[in-house]
Design a protein around this ligand. Structure first.
Ligand SMILES: Cc1ncc(C[n+]2csc(CCOP(=O)(O)OP(=O)(O)O)c2C)c(N)n1
Ligand SMILES: [Mg+2]
Length: 287
């Protein structure tokens, strides 16, 4: 198992990575005037640590056999992943202007055949973890030391396929599998805990045979530590990190917006959001 990282941890630099991921996502949102922008802002710190530190990738060779796989199971978070792929140098910044338009390599829902670095076509929730289990088994069979990361959301926990895959991963002792879950307590129909209660979540995953951590997903040092622990453990268990996040993090008027699963933002508000983000970055107050 590889415990080395492509990029050494530098918290100051990772903060800048998270800021740029938020900025790219807002700029893409502005292109369409709408999108899953609250999720991108909330998930940016986890993506920053993943793409700025943890993942072993070759940006110029996105299909390199030795790469860590990052599966975006929640395909509607594509805008967030595109921002991370731009930051990682896998997608060019100029493509951002094409977001969501016909013939773009950046469609609104993640498509593996369209975008370099997009490992699966998401959209129908609950499929990432089953695919990740198959990939992790395959890599182990081939003696490939890469990790498989499955990125998913709390609303996906309503899908039975997630729990079947969770049992399979533990049964096969898939220590090369790391599941990252965005617990923003939101989904299309309202607060996730009200749609279908899922707590106590850490106890559930532990009972399914996983190594579990639960951290504040907008606390960059905590995210960094959790990902480092996941990669360096000796346990023969799959690993899950439950990240409590705030939708819209970094732009206060988006943090408090009601029904922020899919946001339409008035044209002047995009510039306002970018200004607020830039200001908090300059002042170092994004805490
Ligand atoms: C199998 C399936 N059922 C329903 C949907 C419709 N859908 C799209 S996003 C979404 C909410 C899922 O919860 P979550 O990802 O936690 O929402 P968010 O945090 O992004 O608001 C739903 C139900 C879907 N994409 N796939
Ligand atoms: Mg959610």
């Amino acid at each position: 198992m590889s415990t080395t990282t492509a990029v050494p941890a530098d918290l100051g630099e990772l903060e800048k990575v998270a800021y740029r991921i938020r900025r790219y996502a807002l700029r893409m949102g502005e292109v369409q005037g709408q999108g899953y922008i609250g999720q991108a802002l909330g998930w940016a710190d986890v993506l920053a640590v993943a793409y700025g530190h943890a993942l072993n990738l070759r940006p110029a060779e996105p299909e390199w056999e030795g790469r860590d796989r990052f599966l975006l199971s929640h395909g509607h978070y594509a805008i967030a992943l595109y921002a991370a792929l731009i930051e990682a140098g896998i997608v060019s910044e100029s493509e951002l202007e094409t977001y969501g338009s016909d013939d773009s390599r950046l469609p609104m829902s993640g498509m593996a055949t369209y975008t370099p670095g997009m490992e699966m076509s998401g959209g129908s929730l609950g499929h990432g973890l089953p695919i990740a289990v198959g990939m992790a088994l395959g890599l182990r069979h081939k003696k490939n030391p890469a990790f498989v990361y499955n990125s998913m959301s709390d609303g996906e926990l309503d899908e039975g396929s997630v729990w079947e895959a969770a049992m399979g991963a533990a049964h096969h002792a898939l220590s090369n599998l790391i599941c990252l879950i965005d617990i923003n307590n939101q989904q299309a129909d309202g607060p996730s805990s009200k749609v279908l209660g899922f707590e106590p979540l850490a106890d559930k995953w532990a009972a399914f045979g996983w190594h579990v951590q639960r951290v504040d997903g907008n606390d960059l040092p905590a995210v960094l530590q959790a990902l480092d622990i996941s990669r360096s453990l000796a346990d023969a268990k799959p690993r899950v990190i439950l990240f409590d996040t705030l939708m819209g993090k970094g732009v206060p008027f988006l943090e408090t917006r009601e029904k922020n699963h899919f946001i339409r933002v008035d044209p002047p508000e995009w510039q306002q959001a970018l200004r607020i983000l830039d200001q908090s970055q300059t002042e170092g107050v994004l805490a």
